[in-house]
Design a protein around this ligand. Structure first.
Ligand SMILES: [Zn+2]
Length: 71
């Protein structure tokens, strides 16, 4: 049985990852895609303990799903 992932799956994964945003306590925000392209399926507001590239502090950063925004 040969299974090939449809190309759309990859696009959906990227699109969803771009909707998830990570916000540091300093106010800096970036997309989960920027953080490594991890697809988040968790509900609520999970937190991520990592170093902020903006303020340089290792903090608990809130992950939330943003609405689809243009620009
Ligand atoms: Zn920060």
């Amino acid at each position: 049985m040969l299974a090939i992932l449809p190309r759309q799956w990859g696009e959906d994964m990227m699109a969803e990852s771009l909707q998830w945003r990570v916000r540091c306590s300093c106010g800096y925000e970036y997309t989960v895609w920027d953080a490594g392209g991890i697809r988040w399926k968790a509900k609520g507001t999970p937190k991520l303990y990592r170093k902020c590239t903006h303020c340089g502090q290792t903090t608990w950063q809130t992950i939330y799903r943003a609405e689809n925004k243009t620009a």
